[in-house]
Write a protein that binds this ligand. Structure first.
Ligand SMILES: [Zn+2]
Length: 191
């Protein structure tokens, strides 16, 4: 199971990595501005179709560099959960910046864990919030031995993220949150 985030920014709601069924949420969300997918692995897209059906007005964003992954049960890693599940949902390849009514979101390409891995950055009240998918975890990075993975590219992506302001808060696809400053200090893959 990967982390799914609900980001409440200004008066908008964004879903990041729809790994939990909309039916299992206790809170009622009146409108979703967008569904943001960090990469095409099974555990991050598991309920993309259901969320899309519930909020059809919300665009789904995923890098088209991961388009080959989602429909292929081996490439989307669902086999790791003992199943072979292809996925099919409509999505758009995100531009560098996604502009919504009250929020702009930066899309940072971070290939390595998969070719289409991206990080999404929100800024509010002077704080940056970076959703890193499986590119960076607290104290570690995502594996690169799956289809489309490249350790060389991952190292380059991490090098880019390491230059972000130390107080940038990061929210990984698995495990607890961290900051760029803490990762620069404690994450062995950051230097
Ligand atoms: Zn992954």
């Amino acid at each position: 199971m990967s982390n799914m985030y609900l980001a409440y920014v200004s008066d908008e709601v964004f879903i990041i990595d729809p790994s939990v069924s909309p039916d299992s949420l206790k809170e009622d969300i009146s409108a979703v501005s967008a569904i943001l997918i960090t990469h095409g692995h099974y555990d991050h897209i598991k309920y993309a179709e259901e969320w899309h059906q519930k909020y059809p007005e919300a665009p789904v964003y995923m890098s088209s560099a991961d388009s080959d992954l989602i429909g292929d049960p081996r490439a989307n890693a669902s086999f790791m959960d003992g199943i072979l599940q292809p996925f099919d949902f409509p999505y758009e390849n995100p531009a560098d910046t996604l502009v919504f009514a009250s929020v702009s979101i930066k899309v940072i390409p971070t290939p390595g864990h998969t070719m289409g891995s991206v990080c999404y950055m929100f800024s509010e009240d002077g704080t940056d919030y970076l959703f890193t998918g499986d590119t960076v975890f607290a104290g570690s990075v995502g594996r690169t031995d799956m289809p489309g993975g490249s350790y060389e590219l991952l190292k380059r992506s991490v090098a880019v993220l390491s230059t972000f302001p130390a107080e940038t808060r990061i929210f990984p696809g698995h495990g607890p949150e961290s900051t760029i400053g803490d990762e620069n200090r404690y994450n062995p893959f950051f230097n």
